[in-house]
Design a binder for this molecule. Structure first.
Ligand code: ADP
Ligand code: ZN
Length: 441
C-alpha cells in the first residue's frame, strides 16, 4: 500500500506531464521576459522572443544561466516580482566560495514545502512520525526546507538545527525520533556517537533523509547499519529552491525530480549540447512555477544522468542518478580526473569509515595527492601497545589503501592512516578536500 502525498501529480502519465510542463514553461517565459531585464536582454541577444516558446520542445532555444550570472546580478538583478511580494531569502552555504541569495514569495515557499513533504512521504513518513531535523537552520536551506515539509505531512517536528550532539541524542531518545534529516556526514557522526554511548537500543529511528552533499552507496550501508534505519537520498540547491528538488522513493534507484515544478536537462558541459537520456553530463534546471527567483536553464555543475524508465513505486517523474560530484569538486591531479566519491568508495570497501580528508598540493611542477584516513574504533582497539609493532601494521594498511586507490584512479596516492578522532567531524557539509594549489592560483 502506497501512501502518496499527491498521486494525481506524482503518477501522472508522462504525456500529460509534458503538456503541463509546456503550459507552465510558456507562462514562465512570458513572466521573466516581462519582469526581469536580465532575461529580456539575454533573450533579445539570443534572438528568442517569448512567442518562440510553444512548449518544452523549444526549451533549448533559451540561453543558459550560470552561477557567475547570479553573482553578477546579486542581489536583486533576477527578481521576478516586486520586493514587497517577497517574504523570505535563503542563501547557499558557499561551498564553492560564491554565495547566492534566493528570494521567495509565500507561494514559492508553499511549493518548496510541498516538495519536501513529498520526499518525507516517499521515505515512509506520516503524521504519526517524529521528524528530527538537524540540518542547519538559518540562511542554509536544509533546515527550513525539511521543517516546512515535516509540518505539511503533519509529523511532530523537532527543529534541532545542527551541532550539539549530546542534545541531539537526548531528544532523539527522550522523544523517540523516528525520521532523521541531516547531511550524510552528520548522520555518520551521530551513528558513531550512538555506538560510543551504547545507545542503539534506545533509538527508535526507522528512516533517514540525507542530502546536501555527495555520498556513496558504501556510506549509505554504513549509516543504515549504525542507525538501524533505511537511508534515503534527497537532492536540491538553493538556486532552484532548496532540498526536495528530487528525492528517493523506496525503490532507491535514482531520485525522482519534481517535474511539475522543475524541468531537468543534461548537457555536455563543454559544448552546451543537450545529451540524450542516460548519458552523464551537467544537470540543468528550469523552474516553471516559482515566481520570485525563477531560474531558466540554470547550470548546476552537478554531474549525473537521467532515466524515465518505469519505477516500481508508481511515480512517473524522471529519476536522476546520485550526482558523482559537481564539476567544481572534480580535481585534476597529475592530469587525471579525480572525484572525492571514488576515494570514498575505496576507503569504505576496505573497512574504513567516512572520516577522511584529501590534500592536494603542487611541489615543483608536479601534483601531489595525500589521503588521510582514520582507524575505525575496532582497528584502533586491535592495535598493539608497542610503537614499532603498531607502525608496521599502519604501514601495511597504508600500502593496501594506496594499492586500492592506484587501481581506482590510476595514479599514485600518498596514504596516511591516522589515529581515531584525528580528523575534524562535520556538523553540516563535510570538507573532504583541501586543495593547496588554489592558494597559489
Ligand atoms: P552550495 O553550492 O554553497 O553548497 P547549496 O547548499 O545550495 O549551496 O548546495 C547545493 C549543492 O549541494 C548541489 O548543487 C549539489 O552539488 C550538492 N548536493 C545537494 N544534495 C545532494 C545529494 N543528495 N547528493 C549529492 N550532492 C548534493
Ligand atoms: Zn520510484
Amino acid at each position: 500500500m502506497h501512501n502518496y502525498y499527491q498521486p494525481e501529480i506524482e503518477t501522472m502519465p508522462r504525456e500529460q506531464l509534458k503538456a503541463l510542463q509546456s503550459e507552465r514553461l510558456v507562462r514562465q517565459v512570458r513572466h521573466v521576459y516581462d519582469n526581469v531585464k536580465f532575461y529580456r536582454d539575454r533573450m533579445d541577444a539570443a534572438g528568442v522572443a517569448p512567442e518562440d516558446i510553444h512548449g518544452i520542445e523549444d526549451l533549448a532555444k533559451l540561453p543558459f544561466i550560470t552561477k557567475d550570472d547570479l553573482k553578477d546580478q546579486y542581489p536583486y538583478g533576477l527578481l521576478g516580482v516586486p520586493l514587497s511580494e517577497c517574504v523570505r531569502i535563503q542563501s547557499t552555504s558557499g561551498t564553492t566560495g560564491k554565495r547566492v541569495v534566493a528570494f521567495y514569495t509565500q507561494d514559492d515557499l508553499d511549493i518548496w514545502d510541498e516538495c519536501c513533504a513529498r520526499a518525507i512521504v516517499a521515505a515512509g513518513g506520516t503524521k504519526d512520525d517524529v521528524c528530527h531535523v538537524c540540518y542547519g537552520y538559518g540562511l542554509f536551506t536544509g533546515g527550513p526546507g525539511l521543517n516546512g515539509g515535516s509540518h505539511k505531512v503533519g509529523c511532530l517536528t523537532l527543529p534541532m538545527s545542527s551541532g550539539n550532539t549530546e542534545r541531539q541524542l537526548q531528544f532523539m531518545t527522550d522523544l523517540g525520533s523516528t525520521i532523521l534529516c541531516c547531511t550524510p556526514s552528520y548522520a555518520a557522526n551521530l551513528g558513531e556517537a550512538i555506538a560510543e554511548r551504547g545507545l542503539k537500543d534506545k533509538i527508535k529511528l526507522k528512516a533517514g533523509i540525507f542530502g546536501a552533499e555527495p555520498w556513496t552507496e558504501e556510506m549509505r550501508h554504513n549509516i543504515e547499519e549504525a542507525l538501524g534505519i533505511k537511508a534515503y537520498d534527497i537532492y536540491g540547491l538553493t538556486e532552484i529552491s532548496g532540498p526536495g528538488v528530487s528525492f528517493e522513493c523506496e525503490e532507491q534507484r535514482g531520485m525522482h525530480i519534481q517535474e511539475d515544478h522543475f524541468i531537468p536537462e543534461i548537457i555536455n558541459p563543454d559544448t552546451g549540447e543537450v545529451l540524450p537520456e542516460g548519458e552523464i553530463g551537467e544537470l540543468v534546471f528550469t523552474c516553471i512555477t516559482k515566481k520570485a527567483f525563477p531560474l531558466l536553464r540554470y547550470r548546476t555543475r552537478d554531474l549525473c544522468y537521467l532515466t524515465s524508465e518505469k519505477c516500481s513505486c508508481g511515480r512517473t517523474h524522471i529519476r536522476m542518478h546520485k550526482p558523482t560530484g559537481r564539476s567544481d569538486d572534480m580535481m585534476i591531479v597529475k592530469g587525471v580526473n579525480v572525484f572525492p566519491s571514488q576515494i570514498e568508495t575505496v576507503l569504505l570497501n576496505q573497512g574504513y569509515q567516512a572520516n577522511y580528508q584529501i590534500v592536494v598540493d603542487r611541489i615543483g611542477n608536479s601534483d601531489t595527492i595525500e589521503v588521510q584516513v582514520e582507524l575505525t574504533p575496532e582497528m584502533q582497539a586491535a592495535m598493539p601497545a608497542d610503537t614499532a609493532e603498531k607502525e608496521k601494521i599502519v604501514t601495511r594498511k597504508e600500502k593496501e589503501v594506496a594499492t586500492g586507490l592506484k587501481n581506482m584512479l590510476g595514479i599514485k596516492v600518498d596514504v596516511k592512516v591516522v589515529d581515531l578522532k584525528t580528523i575534524a567531524r562535520s556538523e553540516g557539509k563535510a570538507v573532504r578536500v583541501v586543495d593547496k594549489r588554489k592558494l597559489y592560483a
